[in-house]
Structure formats: structure tokens, C-alpha cells
Design a protein around this ligand. Sequence first.
Ligand code: AMP
Length: 282
Amino acid sequence: MEIINSITQMREKVKHHQILGQTVGFVPTMGYLHEGHASLLAAAKKEADIVVLSVFVNPLQFGENEDLDNYPRDEKRDQTIAQKNGVDYLFMPAIDRMYPTEMGIHLSINQRVGVLCDRTRPGHFQGVITVLTKLFNIVEPTFTYFGMKDAQQVAVVDLLIQQLNFNIQLRMIPTVREADGLAKSSRNVNLSEAERKQAPLIYQSLKHAETAIINGEADAEKVTAAVATKIKAAGGTIDYIEVLTYPELLPITTINQTVIVAVAIKYQRARLIDNVIVNIVN
Ligand code: AMP
């Protein structure tokens, strides 16, 4: 595995493999790697000739009062995990290499937003599409791998790739969970012991909703209300509970197509998100 900090060097490496006709699988992350990230790397390893992992905590996607400073970081540990998971190139650019001058170009998005995380994290997805546009242009991957834990992000990346004509195939990877169902997240280390005990109820509430929909519950409001009741025992403060079409993320009252049931819960030092996608076969 090679660790790369320079954009120019990253481009040269990729160019070399492209000339050889090799495919490149790209996994963008913010580091503090866990089994969720490892499953994206495993999918990349299986499919692509070369695996590029980026670790970059992107300041643009954090709001003013968000957890940028608290965001967990451990470069050495990330390097070990990357190596173990068969990464060929670990791209870790410094902030001033990615943003040497203040951005004078701003990408904006007005579809698949205005709901879920975009409600309470205004500007977050602008930050995400900006950094991904830069990373996609640097790495020029054949395939890119994203986790369904961040389902709105997947929907947004899908739109970015389609509408800006990136020649990249998007792969959506299922959420990896702890034994008790809690979605693995770099932010879980910021939960208190008591919060960690309550947090598995988030997924249990979502599974309950999924079962209800599969068994014929078509009233989105009732599904939302049932999740709200169940999830109270998970502690924290409910940021949102929403049922929307997927991947368009449009409102729906009668569930008659594939939907996402998604929640965000704010704890003392961590905000957790989770979701289930329920496929309705008509
Ligand atoms: P992050 O480092 O949190 O920005 O995440 C980088 C990528 O890993 C994103 O595509 C996430 O959706 C994905 N990811 C994070 N947690 C999980 C998980 N528990 N299971 C699967 N993918 C995940």
C-alpha cells in the first residue's frame, strides 16, 4: 500500500493503471475506519483491479455548530486497517491541498434535499458534492462505493454522477451493524455508556416499521407515529423521522412504492442516523 498526500501524485498513479487498462475502485471516507468502511473496501477489492481509499475530513460539509472538532481521527490506525483490507493507495490530502484558496465556485443542489439531514444540516450536501466532484476528478475511478447507512448521501451522489456525467458506476453497499443492531459509525465512540445501551432501539424501531409496511400498513403517517412511539426509549432527541420515496426522496402519504424510513437522533456528543429501505412489490 502506498500513502499519497499529493493530488499530482495521486493523478499520476491512477494514470499509470488506466494506461494498463486496469479498473479503479474508489472508497471516499472521513476516516476513523470501522467494519462499515471495510465492507466498502471488500466490495471494491472484489470488483476492481486497484483500490483507492481516501481519508479526508471535509470541513465544507460540517455546519458551524457541528462536530468538526470532535470528529474522531486516528491516522495510524486508519493506515493499518487500510493495509489489512487490501487498499493499494491511501489518499490522505491535507486540507490546504484540497482547498488551497477559498472556494469561488459553489455547487448547489435542489433535488433529493430539503428533507432528512438537509433540514437540520443546511449546506451539508453542497459540501459533500463539492468534495466528491474534486475527488472524482482526481481519482477518476471506474467504480465508487457508498454505504446505505447514509442513504440520502447515496441518493445525492447518484444524482451528481447522473447529472454531471461522471463516467463512474455507483455501488450501494448495505449497512454494517453491531451485534445488537446499532449501525456502525465513527461517531459511536462519542456516545456515553448509557446512550450506547439505548441506541440499538433506533434500528429496532425501524425494523418494526419495515415489518408493518411489508404486512400491508400503507399509511405513512401511522408508520411515522409508530416509530416515534417506539424510539422514545432510545433516549436522545429526535431530529427527524420520515417516510419518503427512494431514491427521489419525495413525500408520500400512501405507501405504494419503494420507500425509505429514516431517523436521526441527537445525543449529547453524537448525532446518529439510520434507515431501512422497504421495497414494495406491486
Ligand atoms: P464516513 O467516513 O462516515 O463519511 O463514511 C464513508 C463511507 O462509509 C460512506 O459511504 C458511508 O455511508 C459508509 N459507511 C459508514 N458507516 C457504514 C456502515 N455502518 N455500513 C456501511 N457503510 C458505512
